[in-house]
Ligand binder design. Structure first.
Ligand code: ARG
Length: 288
């Protein structure tokens, strides 16, 4: 009998690789408008709780040995805490977001400025609607790109040209999972977990074909934002309510760490949304 998926992936030895992240302190966090189904401005939010939950995540990254940089929060931009949306950074090149909703458009100049001041040689704002790592996820070789709610298909082509990396387009169909990073997470080079029903039938086929060993999330885990997770190759930080997903990760040799970001979830974001990964040029020569 041929080797099964499980033989190949179960109990694999995992190793953490030191990462470089950009985050934004939720100094002005609130839910004052609604641009996704999770946001209800009538529901009360606690700025202090949001801040302490975010700080827990920030401090965890530092404790795990990662480098964390900060972009200055701007008053009047309550969603700026979701740094993943600010840009996509691969090979030391930064493609800065162009937001779909007017409520977030003023975030882009802050990211442009940040990358310019930190010496990134190739920085530009996307011409087409592009919500950064919310919709563009790097697998180690190629870029998976979502469309359907925020980023547009034209932005996928633009990213392919900018990065010179293959971009694989995926169509999102469930408004609860409006960004790719709410429906799929990259765990290690070429290894992912995702919620199939967030994708169109054609995109499900693309995913099944490319990632036959993927962890498939159940509705219950996806619905608590379990896929809005961040992996360093060993530790996978994910919402703590996604208990089945945590078990599946453990079976594969990962170390899941449960996070409580309930305040930020009121805006439709969690672990991954708060974190933008800064990937240096291959030789480690990226200017930062
Ligand atoms: N309220 C924000 C929005 O709707 C949440 C963004 C979440 N970020 C993410 N990477 N999925 O734009």
């Amino acid at each position: 009998m041929s080797q099964t998926t499980d033989d190949r992936v179960l109990n694999r030895t995992r190793t953490a690789r030191r990462r470089h992240y950009l985050m934004c302190r939720p100094a002005h966090f609130d839910v004052t408008y609604s641009i996704n189904p999770w946001m209800d401005p009538a529901q009360p939010t606690s700025a202090n709780r949001g801040l302490s939950q975010w700080k827990w995540l920030h401090d965890l990254f530092v404790d795990l040995g990662h480098d964390v940089e900060l972009v200055e929060p701007i008053p009047g931009l309550p969603d700026m805490v979701f740094a993943a949306n600010g840009a996509t950074v691969v090979d030391g090149k930064a493609l800065v977001a162009r937001f779909r909703h007017q409520q977030r458009t003023d975030e882009s100049p802050a990211y442009l400025d940040w990358f310019r001041r930190h010496g990134y040689p190739e920085v530009r704002q996307a011409e087409h609607t592009n919500e950064g790592e919310g919709d563009f996820l790097f697998t180690g070789t190629e870029i998976l790109a979502g469309s359907g709610f925020r980023s547009v298909v034209r932005a996928h082509q633009e990213a392919q040209e900018f990065f010179g990396r293959q971009v694989v387009g995926l169509t999102l169909v469930d408004p609860r999972f409006y960004h790719l990073d709410t429906a799929l997470a990259v765990l290690d080079d070429g290894e992912v977990m995702y919620y199939p029903r967030a994708f169109s039938p054609e995109s499900r086929e693309v995913l099944a074909d490319r990632f036959p060993d993927a962890i498939l999330a159940e509705e219950a885990d996806a619905a608590v934002f379990g896929l809005n997770a961040l992996s360093d190759g060993l530790h996978v930080i994910l919402p703590k309510r996604a208990v089945r997903l945590a078990d599946r990760l453990r079976e594969r040799g990962y170390e899941p760490i449960g996070a409580d970001l309930s305040e930020l979830l009121k805006a439709g974001g969690s672990v991954k949304c708060c974190t933008l990964e800064l990937r240096a040029a291959p030789e480690g020569e990226a200017g930062h």
